[in-house]
Design a protein around this ligand. Structure first.
Ligand code: ATP
Length: 412
């Protein structure tokens, strides 16, 4: 019924499909298996007239070539596409979605009959005909999408990954549904990620590898083919696998990566690492950082723990300036003279008239003596306080005796 020959598609310089050939008969499910990017969607779109790339070759339906025809003409000819992602109208009811599928001339006259047929095939859609589509489960929405495609009364239904995003349970329902559609006499061209489930319901299958159909066989044969099992079924004993891994030049030649039998265990690796650290030659000791310069210690202060912040290095002794150098007098002399002055003014507490003797100072280093500076007579704080009080008392007395000066009487 559908006979595809030498079908090629290019997207610019990229050839996504190369001279593909396949056939789908009435009442037959044909599955296309291929890795991601192999060209499965491109093949379906090219047949259905919705491919963005440049399409050459032939897609004959009942002898009529569909390549180059507008999509609505292809629907009229009898092919309906259920795109990946369903493409239903989420805010419309189930019935509205289904009715929209009957826009083709070939379906319009039989819209009522088609709706009844779909509702009979999928009783759930009949029960939910008034339900807004987006409120339905993923599996139910997929059913709406298939039902809508069937409303155009097609002879071939092309489905792109219908089980994508469905739970295993809903996928099972979906594949049951597809069987039902086949029993209604339609031919199904199915692109599916779930290779095991799709081959289980399919009649024949094609392997598509980087744009080329590399193998065709009955579905049961493909199911038991070791190369197909390795490439698409996750190994003979494995459960249905998700999306197959990226393709090798040919699925049958795909190398299966295996772990070496004698690979080291994690504990071996850890032991080896420890051993290598232990046997590593000792590194030469890093040079000690220069000790932080410390201020000159006196009287055993060097024994006390010193804070470590780095400090500027002390100037060489020859450059150092003492307070005496700066002031031009010896500090010791200043202190001694101030003490003498203070003793002259303050009354001794013991009445002896003598102050305790100032202990002898250590001899000062011999320096040329600076000229003597006369010291100001600063006095003691008691003296200063007393003089301030005297002054206040005097001011108070003057204030008490103060009288305003007599002034001239105002003239009349
Ligand atoms: N509109 C486009 N423009 C350019 N390149 C495209 C376009 N559509 C598909 N291709 C390219 O064509 C190649 C086949 O894509 P296609 O979608 O047909 O692969 P697929 O087998 O369906 O992959 P998947 O299983 O991941 O959906 C990819 O390399 C893809 O990048």
């Amino acid at each position: 019924m559908l006979d595809v020959r030498n079908l090629s598609v290019s997207y610019g310089q990229h050839r996504a499909l190369h001279e593909a050939a396949l056939r789908v008969d009435r009442g037959e499910i044909v599955v296309i298996l291929g890795a991601n990017g192999a060209g499965k969607t491109t093949l379906l779109k090219a047949i259905c007239g919705v491919c963005e790339g440049r399409v050459t070759g032939e897609a004959l339906l009942e002898g009529e070539d569909l390549v180059g025809q507008p999509p609505h003409r292809i629907v009229e000819a009898g092919i309906a596409l259920v795109p990946e992602g369903r493409g239903i109208f989420p805010d419309m009811t189930v019935e509205e979605n289904l009715t929209l599928g009957a826009y083709a001339d070939r379906a319009r006259d039989e819209q009522r009959a088609s709706l009844d047929r779909v509702m009979t095939l999928f009783p759930k859609l009949g029960e939910r005909r008034r339900q807004v589509a987006r409120t339905m489960s993923g599996g139910e929405q997929q059913m709406v999408a298939i039902g809508r495609a069937m409303m155009s009364n097609p002879s071939i239904l092309a489905l792109d990954e219908p089980s994508l995003g469905l739970s295993p349970l809903l996928s099972k329902d979906l594949f049951k549904t597809l069987r039902t559609v086949r029993e209604a006499g339609l031919g199904l061209l199915l692109v599916e990620q779930n290779a095991r489930a799709s081959l289980a319901i399919a009649d024949r299958g094609y392997l598509l590898d980087t744009g080329e159909i590399t193998h065709e066989a009955p579905a049961q044969e493909l199911l038991t083919d070791p190369a197909v099992q390795r490439a698409y079924l996750g190994g003979a004993a494995a459960k249905p696998a998700p999306k197959p891994a990226p393709a090798s030049p040919h699925p049958a030649e795909r190398p299966v990566p295996t772990m070496p039998a004698n690979r080291p265990s994690p504990s071996d690796i850890a032991a080896q690492a420890v051993k290598s650290v232990a046997s590593r030659p000792a590194r030469p000791a890093a040079p000690e950082p220069a000790p932080a310069p410390k201020p000159a210690a006196a009287n055993g202060a060097a024994q006390r723990p010193q804070p470590a912040p780095p400090r500027p290095a002390p100037a060489p002794a020859g450059d150092r300036k003492s307070a005496s150098d700066v002031l031009g007098v010896e500090i010791g002399d200043i202190v001694g003279r101030a003490a003498q002055t203070s003793s002259r003014r303050a009354a001794p507490a013991n009445g002896s008239g003598r102050l305790p003797t100032v202990p002898d100072r250590p001899p000062m280093p011999q320096r040329p003596r600076a000229p003597e500076i006369p010291m100001p007579d600063l006095g003691s704080s008691a003296d200063r306080l007393k003089s301030v009080l005297d002054e206040i008392e005097g001011a108070a007395r003057r204030a008490e005796s103060w009288r305003p000066a007599p002034s001239n009487p105002p003239r009349r």
